[in-house]
Design a protein around this ligand. Structure first.
Ligand code: SF4
Length: 705
């Protein structure tokens, strides 16, 4: 492909949150024909994973929307229309539904797939002009437990560490994270550092994942019991005097209540609940606490649980009692999901107001209202429903209108049958997406064709808070438009007097965001688009003052907190929070005797909306399959390659059997990527703090076909 390339164009990868710098090669006709990693980029140093290598195929993939479409009922044929007609109708339908059923009866759900300037503009439009409080992102499905846990422990969202911590750590615990498949380039960074320093890698996961195969210790925990293991480790650490009393005294509140709670979780008692033997619990606790610096990472194995937020707080508790926040190699680093999940966390939908400001705080409402030139009384005084609650409200008939942007709940939400019932109830649904053929668009009355990833201009934030530039590599096809253009045209219709300013250019919006971020945790006032491109991404914070004083942007080792108490609670101290274990999971029983575990494959991205259409990704994993223990397969008379039916209390799904010792005899693993498959079975139980669904713990039975 290199031979055909006439020009290389720079962007950051649009799949996972690793934040790799990528160049897309265009041939003489301007058609994208190749992708390559950028050698001088701090994150990926020239490398890309399988998805990045074939990312250029995205631009010419099938199913792209080419024109706005309308229809009266979701079962009618689509009719193409003009942009003005569609946008007038969107404005009129929002106002009609709000007038008839109340301002919050129209919900807006966005995504971690858009660029940050787009989130910010959508947030301004939604909070400042449209006035619904039921506005959220699909990040509730992947990151809201991390957000909630960070806020509870440290007083604010924001991953405190960075990839460079791998190079300084003396011990790494990975909780429910399979880096080699999910974040391959972070795995490469981790592995390279481990080969140099030899730190022990401890993996906590019920399945023998690729990361577990590389671990020094693998703890095959009973699903949903991570908090018990964490409490037992803290029990050992306190009992054996391995905690860091100086750090605890200087930087935290709540240690006595925590000690009282973990006293109940001696290793013998805990072992019976979490399935890890008592000696292993002791060894892991000692290894972690005695390391000069110790690091923890986690992904969906923690977040997607009825205890997701508590799991994150438990990780933070472990880090805090051992003095492992703020020093190189000592951190609790949430490995984020989508390419720009952090952007939506920082700039609106997860907190209510931009730059980690909250609707519940009067000064935050005042500051943003003044900056945007809107009435502060227009803002709700507390955050509305999260995405998972919005669908329940749709099903109950409380929410009647929906604007769905670059997300596909008919594939991604648990319990598909229930989401279908919710979608069918809507009086009006607009789907804005780069693909017209998504499962959710089947229930829409309006379709707006959007540009994808590097057909647009802006930035994204990665797992280590690095803001990366995305530049347009090519133009959207047909009549499709960048999401920013669509939001600005909708804003014109709600902003006839022009009271609120909506800049057209992403670079100007970024500068506006910088002004609004001044003095906040995620201060980006020292950055602009040119600086970001020049440095292949810059970690926040980087302030205007730092820049004015000639301080260079951080190269990669920036941490938010120091070892001397700079947490975001008003007194600067972090909270140690006791975590009683509440056993509320669905567990296997006589009727549904096998655990269902779900997760990702390296070839695919989420609902396969993109990678299912990219031949070089899809050919490696074209159909749903289950990993099943060979002993269980033999007991049930199931042969390799045979199709089986999985049945849960919510529905059934068919997949091909692949016997493997990766899973224990009482568990099957099913990739979640395939439509009408895993989420027909999964349980919609929600974490009480984060409202994130427990995708990973449910019970099924297996039937031969
Ligand atoms: Fe893209 Fe993530 Fe792969 Fe990097 S690791 S190339 S960001 S999908």
């Amino acid at each position: 492909a290199d031979k055909q390339v006439a020009e290389w164009k720079y962007a950051a990868c649009g799949y996972c949150s690793t934040g790799c710098s990528i160049e897309v090669g265009l041939n003489a006709d301007g058609t994208p024909v190749a992708s390559r990693g950028v050698a001088d980029a701090d994150v990926n140093r020239g490398k890309l994973c399988l998805k990045g290598i074939f990312e250029h195929e995205l631009f010419t993939s099938a199913g792209r929307g080419l024109a706005p479409m309308l229809r009266n009922h979701w079962h009618d044929q689509w009719q193409p229309t003009q942009w003005d007609t569609a946008l007038d109708k969107l404005h009129d339908e929002i106002r009609r539904v709000q007038a008839k059923h109340g301002p919050d009866s129209f919900a807006i759900i966005s995504t971690g797939q858009m660029l940050t300037e787009e989130f910010y503009t959508l947030g301004k439009l939604t909070r400042g002009l449209i006035g619904t409080n039921n506005y959220d992102g699909n990040t509730t499905l992947c990151m809201s437990s991390a957000v909630s846990g960070y806020k509870r422990s440290f007083g604010s969202d924001g991953p405190p560490g960075c990839y460079e911590d791998f190079e300084h750590t003396g011990c790494l615990i990975a909780w429910g994270s399979n880096l080699p498949e999910q974040h391959p380039i972070i795995y490469w960074r981790m592995k390279e550092a481990q080969e140099k320093s030899g730190f022990p890698l401890i993996v906590v996961d019920p399945r023998v994942t690729m990361l577990a195969q590389n671990a020094n210790m693998h703890l095959t925990i009973t699903p949903g019991t991570d908090v018990v293991l964490m409490n037992a480790m803290m029990h050992v650490i306190f009992k054996e005097g391995l905690h860091d009393q100086r750090y605890i005294d200087a930087n935290t509140n709540g240690v006595e209540a925590l000690r009282t709670e973990v006293e109940k979780y001696d290793p013998v008692t805990a072992a019976k609940i979490c399935g890890i033997d008592e000696d292993t619990i002791r060894v892991v606790a000692r290894t972690f606490a005695k390391a000069p610096a110790a690091m923890q990472i986690w992904t969906m194995g923690i977040n997607q649980s009825t205890h997701g937020s508590d799991g994150v707080v438990g990780i933070n508790n472990l880090a805090l009692i051992t003095g492992n926040i703020g020093k190189p190699g000592g951190t609790s680093l949430s490995i984020t999901g989508q390419c720009n999940a952090m952007g939506t966390r920082e700039w609106s939908s997860c907190s209510g107001l931009p730059s980690f400001r909250y609707l519940e705080v009067p000064e935050h409402r005042e500051e943003v209202a003044k900056f945007w030139n809107v009435d502060p009384e227009f803002f709700p005084k507390k955050r509305g429903m999260l995405q998972t609650d919005i669908y329940q409200a749709m099903e109950a008939g409380q929410i009647k209108g929906l604007w769905l942007i670059a997300t596909n709940p008919m594939s991604s939400l648990p319990n598909t049958a229930r989401i279908r019932r919710a979608m069918e109830q809507l009086e009006f649904c607009c789907v804005q997406d780069c693909y017209q053929d998504t499962e959710s668009a089947q229930y829409a009355h309006m379709y707006l064709p959007a540009g994808t990833w590097a057909e647009k201009d802006g930035v994204m934030t990665n797992t280590e808070r690095r803001i990366n530039r995305v530049k347009p590599v090519t133009a959207p096809p047909g009549e499709a438009k960048p999401d920013l253009w669509i939001f600005n045209r909708v804003a014109e219709r709600f902003n006839k007097a022009g009271k609120v300013n909506f800049p057209e250019q992403a670079g100007d919006i970024f500068l506006e965001m910088g002004q609004l971020s001044k003095g906040r945790l995620a201060d980006i006032s020292g950055m602009d688009h040119a600086l970001l491109e020049q440095n292949r991404g810059v970690q926040w914070p980087y302030t205007a003052t730092q820049r004015e004083q000639g301080e260079a942007p951080p190269k990669g080792g920036k941490r938010i907190y120091t070892v001397d108490g700079t947490f975001s609670y008003p007194d600067g101290r972090a909270k140690l929070i006791p975590l009683p274990f509440i056993d509320n999971n669905e567990v296997p029983d006589e009727k549904f005797p096998v655990w269902l575990n779900t997760g990702r494959l390296i070839e695919h991205w989420h609902g396969r909306t993109k990678t299912g259409k990219i031949g070089n990704n899809n050919k490696y994993s074209p159909i749903p399959f289950i990993e099943i223990n060979p002993d269980l397969a033999a007991e049930l008379g199931i042969q390799r390659g045979e199709y089986v039916r999985l049945v849960s209390r919510r529905g059934d799904a068919v997949a091909m059997a692949q016997p493997t010792h990766r899973v224990p005899k009482n568990m099957v693993f099913l990739p979640f990527h395939f439509h009408d498959c895993a989420n027909r079975l999964t349980l919609g139980l929600l974490d009480p703090h984060s409202r994130q669904p427990a995708y990973k713990q449910s019970a099924v039975r297996i039937e031969t076909i």
